[in-house]
Design a protein around this ligand. Sequence first.
Ligand code: SAM
Length: 468
Amino acid sequence: MSRKMKNKVLPNLRIERIAAEGKCVAYYEGKVVFVPNVAPGDLVDIRVTKGRSSFMEGEAIAFHEFSKDRVKPFCSHFGTCGGCKWQHINYELQKTYKRQQVIDQFTRIGKVDIPEVLPIIGSEKTQYYRNKLDFTFSNNRWLTKEEINSEETFERNALGFHIPKMFDKIVDIDHCYLQGNASNDIRNSLRTFALQEGLTFFDLRNQVGLLRNLIIRSSSTGEIMVIVQFGENDPNGIQKVMEYLKSEFPFIDSLLYIVNLKKNETFHDQEVITHHGRDFIEEEMEGLRFQVGPKSFYQTNSEQAYELYKVAREFASLNGDEVVYDLYTGTGTIANFVAKRAKQVVGIEYVEAAIADAKINSQINGIENTLFYAGDMKDILNDEFLNNHPKPDVVITDPPRAGMHEDVVKMLLRLEAPKIVYVSCNPATQARDIALLSEKYQIDKIQPVDMFPQTYHVENVVRLILKS
Ligand SMILES: C[S@@+](CC[C@H](N)C(=O)[O-])C[C@H]1O[C@@H](n2cnc3c(N)ncnc32)[C@H](O)[C@@H]1O
């Protein structure tokens, strides 16, 4: 098999299963063919888009039979927008494959002995479950094939999501099923207002244009934060947009903006200006209140975050005497959530603003046994730190998708905490890290949790016990 296979059509292949990253798998003469946008059970003709010696990639160009596990996608943007790629697969099967993904990553990447993986905890809400969406303004709206072929002229300004693998093309979103209706109303009205007023939408290639990005955050308490990023420092234009949002949507609790003249949309290093209301919104969990600022991470599915944290707390099995380290603590949510059942909790996190929120969150909840530190984990968690703090009885770690830095894993091996609870949104890097930790730890429990229905993403919690 080689590059010569490119563009060849492989007829009548059965889609067998779903592999990592959500792509489906068929076999051609014993070789794996990865295919997106199909379902296990489909019978298809596949055009090869990439041929390699050990695998191929392709696209389905004709369907002869449809899988019995297919369901009708509910969103009009399905297939274009990169968001909810599994809408065509029924939720029960989505959960099965997510759990299988965990098993596959641990056996293939981790190559470690695992106990029976617990049944996945599904999400009650399979739509409107996100508390944060990030929309991009663009003067280069993605056009459908029909629009291009019609030779009509269309509005090219758009406010929506990036098309996968096309950084400057934005699909104009009319309705998104990920966040409640206030979010759809705010986005659509702001777009209409901007078009009426002739405000410029960002030109991603030439880096000009006033309107750049819109972030809408909501919370379990019903509060709403809106952040508008501007690509030009035009006080009149900015005032117009912000006043429009303030008067049209008086229920926005935190109305913020940023003038971001950098090449990218990240704003951790930019000043956030409060136009109206507070500079944070609040989440609520078991009577605890959490302040979430514009730069702070908070799990994007609030209701499932509660399920996830309950698993983490149960796996930590605390009795009140333990010192707990909560690594990658974000706004200290897990730290504060378990504090009542621990002697002391130490939280560490990279983003200073999140640590400031974490401290406030302890304060407003009357929690006095937490300590928080800001900095890169591999730099903070060093010998000096350990000399100045009690050793942990339990480590809870919840790193980003990339997993833990090798130095952090090595430090955990030296620390020898009796228990590690490893929470992860990427079982591949989790399995890699746990393979290293298995030098001293054995896997005791594995609990997948579905935080993101309609996507292939899966959250996973593992309890590791120090080998005696
Ligand atoms: C998956 S989030 C977990 C947050 C928190 N446990 C929660 O549930 O809300 C990962 C966190 O790790 C932080 N982070 C990423 N890289 C880091 C690093 N090198 N050192 C410390 N924290 C880091 C991110 O800012 C983010 O808040």
